[in-house]
Write a protein that binds this ligand. Structure first.
Ligand code: ASP
Length: 335
C-alpha cells in the first residue's frame, strides 16, 4: 500500500501507519527490500524517543528487562556489534555476544547446528552478522525468536539503511524528492543495497556511482540511476554517501590501484563543491581515509554526518529490538 493510499479507515498513529502490530507485521528484520513505506517510517518514528533518551545523562528504559538477546557475529564488526549491545542494555535486556572466532564454528560446526544451539538457549532475540548472503534468513527459519540481520554478505544491512535514513531525516527533513548519490563498491556493498531499498521506498532519487567492474549488472532493476563519472553523479546532490572498497569480498583485481581509484572516485573538497552547497556527507564506516574519502571532507564541520550516523545507529537498534519483541512481551495491540 502506498503512503498516499492510507485512509482514515486505517486508524493510525499520527496517520502514518496502521495501528498496533499491523504497523510492522514481521517477526524478523532480514531486509528492507519489500517493506512498505509506512513500515520504514514506523521504525524511524519509533527511534526518535531513543535519540532523545540517549542524549540524557540517564539512558535507561527497562522495557526489555528479563529478556535475553544474543549477538552472534560470524564476521568482524565495531560499530554494529557495539551499538546492538548498547541498545539491548539500555532497554534493560541481558545481552550476550558470541564471537565466531571463539566459537565451535571454528571446530567445523554447521550454521544450522549453531542456530539450533542458540535456539535451545531460549534467546528472546538473536542478532546475526554473517559473511554469506542469505545465511541470516536461513538461521531465522530455524529458530523460534525474532532474528535481526546485522549484515549478511553483500545482501543487506537493514539497520544501517534505517540509521542512514534517520540521519538524513534529521538533517534534511522529508526524504522524498532528495537526490542521494551513493559512490564506491556498489557491487559488494550490503549497505548500498539496504540504502537503495530504503531511500527509493521513501521517494528519494538515488544515483549510484562506481567503476564498471564494481557496478552490479542488474542495477537498474533497483530503480536507481547508474553513473561511472563521479563528477556528473555529484551534480546537485543533497546527500553524498561514500562506501569502502570491500577487499574481503573481492577475488581478483577490481580496480587498477588505490591511487587511481581515489583520483576518479575519491570524495575530495573540490569534488564535493559539485554537490549542493549544503550537501550532507555520509559514510557507514570503517573509512579508508585518503582513498574513498579525504580526511578534510570526513571531518568537515556542519557537513559530515559520519558520527551522527553512529549516534542514530544506537537509537535505530533500540527501536528494532523493542518493536520485534513486542509480540513475546504481549504489548497491547501486538498479536
Ligand atoms: N560496516 C559496513 C558493513 O558492515 C560497511 C563496511 O564494512 O564497509 O557492511
Amino acid at each position: 500500500m502506498a503512503l498516499s493510499s492510507m485512509t482514515s479507515s486505517n486508524p493510525t498513529a499520527a496517520g502514518r501507519y496502521p495501528a498496533g502490530s499491523a504497523a510492522f507485521a514481521h517477526r524478523d528484520l532480514i531486509a528492507l527490500a519489500g517493506l512498505a513505506p509506512w513500515e520504514i517510517l514506523f521504525l524511524l518514528d519509533e527511534a526518535e524517543q531513543w535519540v532523545e533518551l540517549n542524549r540524557k545523562p540517564h539512558k535507561r528504559d527497562d522495557r526489555l528487562a528479563g529478556l535475553t538477546i544474543i549477538n552472534a557475529f560470524f564476521e568482524n564488526s565495531t560499530r554494529t556489534l557495539l551499538s546492538f549491545e548498547i541498545a539491548g542494555k539500555r532497554l534493560g535486556a541481558d545481552v550476550v555476544n558470541m564471537h565466531a572466532a571463539q566459537s565451535s564454528v571454528k571446530k567445523g560446526e554447521t550454521l544450522i547446528d549453531t542456530a539450533m544451539t542458540l535456539n535451545a538457549m531460549r534467546a528472546d532475540a538473536i542478532v546475526i552478522r554473517h559473511q554469506s548472503s542469505g545465511a541470516v534468513g536461513l538461521i531465522a527459519d530455524k529458530v523460534d525468536c525474532p532474528v535481526l540481520n546485522a549484515g549478511d554478505g553483500q545482501h543487506e544491512h537493514p539497520t544501517q539503511g534505517l540509521l542512514d535514513a534517520l540521519t538524513i531525516r534529521h538533517a534534511k527533513g522529508d526524504i522524498a524528492g532528495l537526490k542521494v548519490t551513493i559512490c564506491g563498491d556498489i557491487l559488494h556493498s550490503r549497505v548500498a543495497r539496504s540504502n537503495i531499498h530504503c531511500l527509493t521506498t521513501l521517494g528519494a532519487e538515488v544515483r549510484v556511482c562506481a567503476p564498471p567492474a564494481l557496478m552490479p549488472a542488474d542495477i537498474e532493476a533497483l530503480k536507481v540511476s547508474p553513473f561511472h563519472d563521479f563528477n556528473v553523479a555529484l551534480d546537485g546532490a543533497d546527500v553524498v554517501m561514500m562506501l569502502r572498497l570491500q577487499q574481503e569480498r573481492m577475488s581478483g583485481q577490481f580496480i587498477p590501484s588505490p591511487r587511481e581509484y581515489r583520483h576518479l572516485y575519491g570524495l575530495t573538497l573540490d569534488r564535493l563543491a559539485r554537490a549542493r552547497p549544503d550537501a550532507l556527507v555520509m559514510h557507514p564506516g570503517p573509512m579508508n581515509r585518503g582513498i574513498e574519502i579525504d580526511s578534510n571532507v570526513a571531518d568537515l564541520a556542519g557537513r559530515s554526518a559520519i558520527t551522527r550516523q553512529v549516534e542514530m545507529g544506537v537509537a535505530i537498534r533500540m527501536a528494532c529490538l523493542d518493536v520485534l519483541t513486542r509480540r513475546s512481551r504481549k504489548v497491547e495491540g501486538w498479536t
